[in-house]
Design a protein around this ligand. Structure first.
Ligand SMILES: [Zn+2]
Length: 177
């Protein structure tokens, strides 16, 4: 932090105090050269996330919209609301990592689908049919095929991991150790 008086770059912190219920830090600083004292504030940056919709228009990110979509897709599937709330939190977190804070509605949809595929296949297909604008039975068949392949891939992956672990257990300790 540069001294506002002499523009020297080295300052020391005399005092640090959190304010605004812990959401910001107030620091009293002193310039190491001219001893001028000044105050700085450190705050959590809040930048809204912009969503670009299919038609090119934009709106700010709204987590309740995602939750509503999830709740609708999970109707009568036995998936708990708190599970869905956690999904929304994760999605929001994933989007917040983006720089700049711009996301397309397609990216959000893909994130939702990625999470739903682990939670409920019924909900996954329901959400996909709305989100991908299914118009024919072929769309559903393709989607089901994709989902099946994905599940199989995951199963294979799991099996190969298990195989590796058991393989390690059976492995003999090399004699030269
Ligand atoms: Zn100074």
């Amino acid at each position: 932090m540069e001294c506002p008086s002499c523009h020297y770059s080295q300052t020391r912190v005399i005092e640090s105090r959190t304010t605004d219920k812990g959401r910001s830090v107030r620091r009293r600083r002193e310039c190491l050269r001219c001893h001028y004292r000044f105050t700085t504030y450190e705050r959590i940056e809040f930048v809204p996330i912009t969503v670009i919709k299919k038609d090119g228009s934009t709106e700010s990110f709204d987590r309740t919209k995602i939750l509503r979509g999830l709740v609708r897709a999970c109707e009568k599937t036995g998936v708990k609301l708190e599970t869905l709330e956690r999904v929304v939190e994760k999605i929001e977190w994933e989007i917040e990592q983006k720089r700049p804070r711009v996301v397309t509605s397609k990216e959000i949809g893909d994130l939702v689908l990625a999470h739903l595929s682990h939670i409920s296949q019924v909900a996954y297909i329901r959400f996909a049919s709305v989100y991908k604008n299914f118009t024919s039975i072929e769309d559903f068949v393709t989607m089901l095929q994709e989902l099946e392949n994905k599940t199989m891939e995951e199963e294979n992956h799991k099996n190969s991991l298990e195989g590796e672990t058991s393989g390690q257990n059976n492995q003999k300790i090399p004699e030269n150790l």
